[in-house]
Design a protein around this ligand. Structure first.
Ligand code: CMC
Length: 378
């Protein structure tokens, strides 16, 4: 009965300006503050990319040194966060653990009520520094292993892997991890970033916005897809002893059946990119490096088999989560830890958007077209 045009899922709606990143589906490109993400992934540390996203410019040496010192001094697991996590069951989903940890960090923050730009940037940097310890602690407690203290002679990516696995990761692994962080950092008005902006638009605080964003990221249509990709591989069955060809054939059969059952296969398709996700080639290179490093070619049989079968049947291409899932698997993370790694990376983009929303705020409050019963009396 209502004639307003409905933009279901807000598809195609331009909700605001942003200077943080530009997604261009026509040219399959993604720019952070004007720089192609492939170049950033090839040349910069994740710490430098974080500063670029927050400030809009590449950092000077002085800005870099200052941030690195702050980051290294805020890496230890907060005692209240540890206590809160310890109250949760060992098999609590790591996304629930991560969401709870950010909420506790917010409640604990001495300046929780101060959302001035300087304090907010500081909160973003502290959260960036503090979150890896949450992921590392949760991964280790699931395996009944002792906490590993951070090391301030290591950079962000090296230290993340150190705290998680208790040994220094080889250069190849650190590099693939750093690339994944850079690629996951930012992607315009995706569901979780938009969530963070909606919360910020009410003049709520940064930790509330990030906590809500984590809730949005958890779902398999968004960040949860990297975990779901690995569950697909597990469902098909990973067999280290088979050849690439054998694995590809099993993957193809599985995909044909999944599509015949009208299942959605996570890791494929994208709301914005319809002819390929700009981040996939770079992430695929990182995955190839890990496959070679760990000598696990058979995994790529599954990978190629699924991709080819999806392409043939529906012409739908992989998104970033498709190569990221098996990359994290090869590094040794539990499958359930993959989406918390996405949180660690996206904290940068979310907090850059929170700053931007606050700087030029308008309450985000759309309308709805009523479709319930006409007015009636009791
Ligand atoms: N598997 C099977 N069919 C699919 C898939 C898929 N992954 N993606 C799209 N389709 C089909 C869909 O069934 C529909 O077919 P039909 O027109 O016959 O009903 C058609 O393609 C259009 O799909 P849609 O879901 O209406 O398109 P959308 O723009 O709303 O979807 C999407 C985008 C990402 C939600 C969807 O592609 C999807 O569910 N993919 C799987 C989840 C996933 O991998 N998400 C990660 C997104 S990217 C990175 C991130 O944010 O983490």
């Amino acid at each position: 009965t209502n004639s307003e045009k409905i933009y279901k899922g807000l598809a195609g709606v331009v909700a605001d300006h942003t200077a943080v990143s530009k997604v261009n589906p026509e040219s399959n490109s993604l720019l952070y503050r004007g720089y192609p993400v492939q170049q950033l992934a090839a040349q910069l540390s994740f710490e430098e990319v974080a500063l670029l996203l927050w400030t809009g410019e590449l950092p000077t040496q002085e800005e870099k040194d200052e941030f690195i010192a702050l980051e290294r001094s805020h890496r230890a697991l907060d005692s209240r966060v540890k206590a809160a996590i310890d109250l949760l069951p060992l098999d609590a989903h790591p996304m629930d653990v991560g969401r709870t940890a950010v909420s506790v960090l917010g409640a604990n923050h001495p300046q929780s009520g101060d959302s001035s730009p300087e304090v907010e940037l500081r909160k973003a940097k502290e959260l960036f520094a503090a979150f890896p310890a949450v992921v590392a602690y949760d991964q280790r407690r699931r395996r009944k292993q002792e906490v590993v203290e951070p090391r301030d002679d290591l950079d962000y990516s090296q230290n993340f892997l150190w705290m998680t696995f208790g040994e220094e990761a080889p250069e190849e692994v650190v590099d693939a991890f750093r690339v994944s962080m850079v690629l996951y950092a930012e992607h315009s008005f995706n569901a979780s970033t938009f969530t963070a902006r909606v919360v910020t638009s009410t003049l709520s605080d940064l930790h509330s916005a990030v906590t809500a964003a984590i809730g949005a990221l958890k779902g398999p249509l968004h960040g949860g897809a990297n975990e779901a990709v690995m569950h697909t591989f597990e469902e098909i069955g990973i067999d280290k002893d088979e050849t690439r060809e054998e694995a590809a054939a099993r993957a193809k059969t599985w995909m044909e059946q999944a599509l015949a059952e009208k299942r959605k296969v996570m890791g494929f398709g994208h709301r914005v990119y319809k002819s390929g996700d700009s981040r996939v080639p770079t992430m695929k290179q990182a995955l190839d490096a890990m496959v070679e490093y760990y000598g696990r070619g058979e995994l790529m049989g599954l990978y190629d088999g699924l991709e080819a079968a999806m392409g043939e049947a529906k012409n739908i291409l992989p998104n970033l989560d498709y190569p990221a899932g098996p990359t994290y698997h090869l590094m040794g993370f539990d499958t359930e830890m993959f989406t918390p790694l996405f949180i660690a990376a996206r904290i940068t983009g979310w907090t850059a958007h929170i700053q931007e929303q606050r700087a030029d705020n308008s309450l985000i409050r759309p309308l709805s077209a009523y479709s319930g019963p006409d007015e009636r009396s009791l």
